[in-house]
Design a protein around this ligand. Structure first.
Ligand code: 9WN
Length: 418
C-alpha cells in the first residue's frame, strides 16, 4: 500500500488509493495494480470498501482499536479497517490501468487485462452496495453517515447536520494526533468537531456497523450530491469495462445506475443559485452552501444543458476560478466570495489539487479539452515548488496541511504525463 501521507496519514485511504493508482499507472502498471489489489483485500462481504485500511504501524487517531470493526459480521478477518466508506473513484483508476497496460504491451498488458477480469466483480459489488444500502429509496443520491465519508470532512456543507450531533456523556475520552503534524492547528478541524466525529463512530460501533441498524441509530444522515456524481461517472467507466469483458447484463445494470444517480444529482439543483445541494435526511432540509460540491452536475455531465451551461459560466466566473484575488485560477473548496470562507482551514476554503484533477478529468472526458488544460496548467504552476501540499491557501498559494501528500503527487504525475 501507499500511505496517504508520511506522518499525518500513515495508512491507506480508500479514495486516496484510487487517485494514487491513477498516478502510479503512469510509472508502473504493476505497482498501480498492487495498490488496488491491496485495497480490495479489505473489502467487506457486503461490498463496502472501507475508508481506511490500517498498516501495521500506528500514529493515527482514531486507529483500529477505536473503530473496533472486528465486531462487524461483514468485516474482513485478515485486515484491520475503519467501518465507513469514501467516494467511489476507483473505476476511474481501473480504466487507466487497463489503458496504460495496453499501451505498454506484452506482459504488462496481460497483467492489466487479468487484473480487470479478476476484480470486475469486486468493483461491481462495491457500486451495488452504494446503490442499495446507501440509496434504499432509489432516489439516485448516496446517503452518508459521517462527514468523513464525503472525503470533505469539515466542509460547511456538514455544519447544519453536525449541529444535531450531540456527543453523549459516555463518549470515551480521546487524544488527537493529527494536530501534531501540521504547522498550525487552524488548518485542521476543531476539538468540538472531533467530538462529533467520534460520537458517530461510537454509534456505529455499538450496532456493529450493521447497515440496516446504522440507518436507524446514526445521528448524521445526509444525501451527498458530490459522492452521487462520482458514483454516476464511475459507474459509466465500469460499464465500459463490463462491455469489454462481455458482461452485457452487468454493463446494462451499471448504465442504469449511472443514469439514476445523474438524475438524482440534477434533482438537487437550486433554481436560485444554480448549484446542486445536499439533503439532510434527518431534518428533510436542503443544505444551501456555496461549496465546490455544488458543481456536481457539471462534474458528472448531467442531462440538462441549461443547468450545465450555467454552472460552467459560474465555475470560471468571478465567484469561483475567476476571482481576481486568487493566486491561481483554480476552484477553492468554498467560494472566495462567501464571507464564511476560511482560506487556511481544510475543507472550508483551501484549494485541493485532487479536486482540481477530478474536474480536469471530467472536462476532458466530456470533450472540453480547453477546460481540462486550464485546470492542469494552473495546477502545475501551483505545484511547481514540489511540496505536494495536501491543500493550498487560495490567495497566497502557500501549501498547507500535510506535505508530501501521496495523492497530490500522483495527480501531478498524471498531469505531467499528459
Ligand atoms: C479522515 C487521507 C484523508 C482524505 C480525506 C481528508 C482527510 C481524514 C482525516 O485525509 O481525512 O478520513 O483524518 O482528516 O479529508 O479526504 O481521504 O488523505
Amino acid at each position: 500500500m501507499t500511505a496517504a501521507a508520511p506522518r499525518l496519514y500513515p495508512h491507506m485511504w480508500s479514495w486516496d488509493s484510487g487517485l494514487i493508482a491513477v498516478g502510479l499507472a503512469r510509472l508502473s502498471v504493476p505497482r498501480a495494480i498492487t495498490e488496488l489489489r491491496t485495497l480490495l483485500r479489505a473489502q467487506w462481504s457486503t461490498g463496502m470498501i472501507p475508508h481506511i485500511v490500517f498498516s501495521a504501524g500506528d500514529g493515527y487517531f482514531p486507529g483500529p482499536e477505536r473503530w473496533g470493526t472486528e465486531s462487524a459480521a461483514a468485516a474482513p478477518a485478515a485486515v484491520r479497517t475503519s467501518g465507513i466508506c469514501q467516494p467511489p473513484v476507483h473505476a476511474i483508476a481501473v480504466r487507466r490501468i487497463l489503458d496504460a497496460g495496453r499501451a505498454a504491451g506484452g506482459e504488462v498488458r496481460d497483467q492489466a487485462e487479468a487484473f480487470v477480469r479478476e476484480t470486475f466483480g469486486s468493483w461491481l459489488a462495491w457500486h451495488r452496495w452504494l446503490a442499495t444500502a446507501r440509496d434504499p429509496d432509489r432516489r439516485g443520491l448516496v446517503e452518508i453517515h459521517h462527514g468523513w465519508e464525503s472525503g470533505m470532512d469539515n466542509s460547511p456543507r456538514w455544519d447544519e447536520p453536525y449541529a444535531a450531533v450531540v456527543p453523549g456523556a459516555d463518549l470515551p475520552g480521546f487524544v488527537r494526533t493529527d494536530v501534531d503534524h501540521v504547522g498550525d492547528v487552524r488548518e485542521r478541524p476543531t476539538d468540538a468537531e472531533y467530538g462529533r466525529y467520534l460520537w458517530i463512530v461510537e454509534q456505529l460501533r455499538r450496532v456493529r456497523y450493521d447497515d440496516d441498524a446504522a440507518r436507524e441509530v446514526v445521528a448524521f444522515r445526509v444525501a451527498d450530491v458530490f459522492m452521487s456524481a462520482i458514483l454516476a461517472v464511475a459507474s459509466d467507466e465500469l460499464a465500459g469495462l463490463g462491455d469489454e469483458l462481455g458482461r452485457v447484463e452487468d454493463a446494462a445494470e451499471l448504465r442504469e445506475l449511472a443514469g439514476r444517480f445523474r438524475a438524482g444529482v440534477l434533482s438537487t439543483v437550486s433554481p436560485a443559485t444554480g448549484l446542486a445541494r445536499d439533503l439532510d435526511r434527518r431534518s428533510g432540509r436542503w443544505i444551501e452552501t456555496e461549496t465546490i460540491a455544488g458543481f456536481a452536475p457539471l462534474f458528472c455531465g448531467a442531462q440538462d444543458g441549461a443547468v450545465v451551461a450555467r454552472q460552467r459560466e459560474l465555475f470560471w466566473g468571478e465567484r469561483w476560478c475567476g476571482h481576481p484575488a486568487l493566486a491561481h485560477p483554480l476552484p477553492p473548496s468554498v467560494s472566495p466570495s462567501d464571507p464564511g470562507m476560511r482560506p487556511r482551514t481544510y475543507w472550508r476554503g483551501p484549494v485541493w489539487p485532487i479536486v482540481s484533477w477530478l474536474f480536469s478529468w471530467a472536462f476532458e472526458r466530456q470533450g472540453d479539452d480547453d477546460g481540462a488544460r486550464r485546470l492542469r496548467d494552473a495546477s502545475l504552476r501551483q505545484l511547481a515548488a514540489g511540496d505536494f501540499g495536501e491543500y493550498y491557501e487560495p490567495f497566497t498559494g502557500e501549501p498547507l496541511g500535510s506535505l508530501h501528500q501521496s495523492w497530490t503527487a500522483a495527480v501531478t504525475l498524471d498531469w505531467l504525463a499528459r
